[in-house]
Design a protein around this ligand. Structure first.
Ligand code: GLC
Length: 654
């Protein structure tokens, strides 16, 4: 049935139109070139990206359906990786819940809102395993472990797509960035990845395979060279592994401009060869570089490519448009989004997901949970009232931050207390992100002068001095992790540690809340601060969730999806490594570096709770086994935290 419909469509399409379906064109005017309207009217398009405007979606769709030669509807695509209007914890935080329900329920809400806005396709889930925390995009993934990564991959696909992509509340998912992007040399974003087949098969590929098994509709090929061949022109990845071995039936879109970039990466002598290499490698759709539409007809005319090869790449694109029901329902109801966003369960799921994602790193002397009858709390730090840091990186275009900040969350929790606030000295990247200029369109505001910084420092210390309890909110801004946000050090940026030390000196009890998109080397805090809560970038309800945990309405249960190195230069650092002849704990153990311990500050899987647990009766079903057989490991876990902490909390909505 669907196959027949596709053959009927193909039969009446010109070559130019078939190639048109292999193009994802820009809906944003930061990409020079012909306007989307003209392109669509002339030959249609596979998809439009970087547009976030319901009215405009319908306008462009009308041109495609009513004015283009074959009336094939467009797919509207955008990065909705942890929420569209209601923002959820970043994917790295969701992985810290170790509960597939968290990403599945969160992405279900994200899909409902994105679809109500008129989007059909999100560029998520990002599945890049990463063991070098200097890489800024670790925030978008599930950390260092392929098993956890695979579980999160399947859960996100289920959340975005549901079990029927014709459901008008679902969007197509996109497994990205295929493959090996998390291994860019030394965590330098976009740098080449060199991976053995062992590393690929055991660590990098499993989450992508899990996404295929979960029915993911699309893939995105990565920017970087994988073993000297750009992923977007990599037959081994796109034909051998993805299609032959995994029998993937969807389609692959490149990353932004990645086809044209093959010229810069030295893999193609010109755009024409770049287009040929992408098409031959099995890359269906060219994101925003227009190399396919520029060259495909000539490639066919000169016999470098056949019409049949082009049609083979077009079929899965048409198939998904048919399966989504876009031919029958190409338009979106304007005004639907506000009704959907207003549904109370949207913010409730966000608050619950944030509660489940946070990791209690330290709680000496049971400082936490704090008492609610506390009189005077000082909330200190440059991120304490930052909506941007609370919602985190990779916001959709045009998103207006609306997060409940940690300050707001604590004020809401303690209506009777005096909750004071001081940001202390500002923090900013040494080198601005191009997202700050190109995308945001704002000119970067000038840095604080040393005098302003000192004044802010003093005010913060004085504010802390006057309080009974201090909550420090430190970490990274939203632009310090994410794309084009790698860094050589993992230390707290700016004067944050200096401020923390000065406040700790006062003797007032200090609880530290971290807002960050990657592990940070908080070595001094780990030694000297009694309580540390890793809140990541927790989303729209983040401040409420932090307050829920700080004041004991919810028990923190998150566990680290990636270890925290003591230094950036210790990367790559991960738990699942081969034992050497002198492993940790052995009599011959030699701690590798002579200038400090190489072990993680906090290891993979680490996380405390307000209660304590006892483990007993560890059992293994068989002392040995053969390849392919299974072994069952069981253990008894008891919650022995005494009467006050014996209940296991459900979600708390305040
Ligand atoms: C970006 C990112 C990719 C994103 C795409 C579209 O550069 O690498 O993750 O989905 O372009 O915005």
């Amino acid at each position: 049935k669907i196959a027949e419909r596709i053959e009927t469509l193909l039969a009446r399409m010109s070559l130019e139109e078939k190639v048109g379906q292999l193009a994802q064109i820009s809906g944003a005017d930061f990409v020079p070139g012909p306007k989307a309207e003209e392109i669509i009217r002339k030959r249609g398009a596979g998809s439009v990206l970087w547009l976030n405007d319901t009215k405009k979606f319908n306008e462009l769709q009308k041109i495609a359906v009513e004015e283009s030669p074959s009336g094939i509807p467009l797919l509207f695509a955008l990065d909705v990786i942890h929420g569209y209007r209601t923002i959820f914890p970043v994917p790295l935080a969701m992985a810290a819940s170790w509960d597939p329900d968290v990403p599945e329920k969160s992405q279900t809400v994200a899909a409902r809102e994105a679809r109500a806005a008129g989007l059909h396709w999100t560029f998520g889930p990002m599945l890049d395993i990463c063991r070098d925390t200097r890489w800024g995009r670790i925030v978008e993934g599930a950390g260092e472990d392929p098993y956890l990564g695979s579980a999160m991959a399947a859960a996100q696909v289920r959340g975005f797509q549901g079990d029927d992509i014709s459901d008008p509340e679902r969007v197509l998912a996109c497994a990205k960035h295929f493959a090996g992007y998390g291994y860019s040399d030394a965590g330098r974003d976009y740098d080449p990845s060199y991976l053995s087949e062992t590393q690929l098969r055991n660590t990098v590929l499993p989450p992508f395979k899990a996404a295929v098994e979960a029915g993911v509709a699309t893939f995105m090929s990565a920017y970087m060279d994988l073993n000297d061949v750009p992923a977007s022109g990599n037959r081994w990845l796109l034909r051998q592994v993805l299609r032959k071995e995994w029998a993937f039936e969807g389609f692959v879109v490149s990353d932004a401009f990645a086809v044209a970039n093959m010229v810069i990466q030295g893999h193609a002598k010109d755009r024409r060869e770049a287009a040929l290499r992408g098409l031959k490698a099995g890359l269906n759709m060219d994101m925003s570089s227009y190399t396919y539409t520029e060259n495909a007809a000539d490639l066919v005319a000169k016999g470098d490519l056949t019409v049949a090869e082009i049609e083979e790449l077009v079929r899965p694109i048409l198939a998904l448009k048919v399966k989504m029901g876009l031919f029958e329902h190409p338009y979106v109801e304007e005004g639907l989004l506000e009704k959907v966003v207003a549904r109370p369960e949207h913010r409730q799921v966000s608050r619950w997901a944030a509660q489940r994602s946070m990791v209690l790193l330290k709680n000496e002397g049971g400082l936490l949970p704090l008492k609610k009858d506390i009189k005077k709390v000082a909330v200190i730090g440059p991120l304490a009232d930052s909506m941007e840091a609370t919602e985190g990186s990779w916001m959709v275009f045009g998103h207006k931050p609306a997060a409940v900040t940690v300050l707001a969350g604590i004020r809401a929790k303690l209506p009777g207390a005096e909750v004071t606030y001081a940001p202390g000295p500002e923090i900013r990247r040494d080198i601005p992100s191009w997202f700050e200029s190109a995308m945001a369109g704002e000119t970067r505001k000038p840095a604080q002068t040393p005098e302003e910084s000192d004044a802010a420092f003093k005010t913060a210390v004085e504010t802390a001095r006057a309080a009974d309890q201090v909550v420090m909110v430190l970490g990274e801004t939203d632009l310090m992790a994410g794309e084009a946000a790698s860094r050589a050090s993992l230390d707290l940026p700016g004067r944050q540690e200096e401020l923390l030390k000065a406040v700790a000196e006062l003797g007032t009890p200090v609880a530290l809340v971290l807002l960050n998109g990657r592990p940070l080397s908080v070595n001094w805090a780990a030694e000297n601060i009694p309580a540390i809560l890793e809140a990541w970038e927790p989303g729209t309800e983040g401040g409420n969730a932090v307050a829920d945990i700080l004041f004991g309405d919810t028990n923190p249960g998150g566990k680290l999806p990636v270890g925290f190195p003591r230094k950036g230069s210790h990367a790559p650092l991960y738990y699942a490594r081969n034992l050497t002849h002198s492993p940790e704990g052995s009599p011959m153990y030699n701690p590798r570096y002579w200038d400090g311990l190489p072990t993680p500050l906090y290891p993979f899987g680490y996380g405390l709770s307000y209660t304590t647990f006892a483990y007993s009766n560890l059992k293994v079903s068989a002392p040995k086994t053969k390849v392919g057989e299974t072994v069952t490991v069981s253990v008894e876990v008891s919650n022995n935290g005494g009467s006050s902490w014996s209940t296991v909390w459900g979600p708390y909505y305040g």
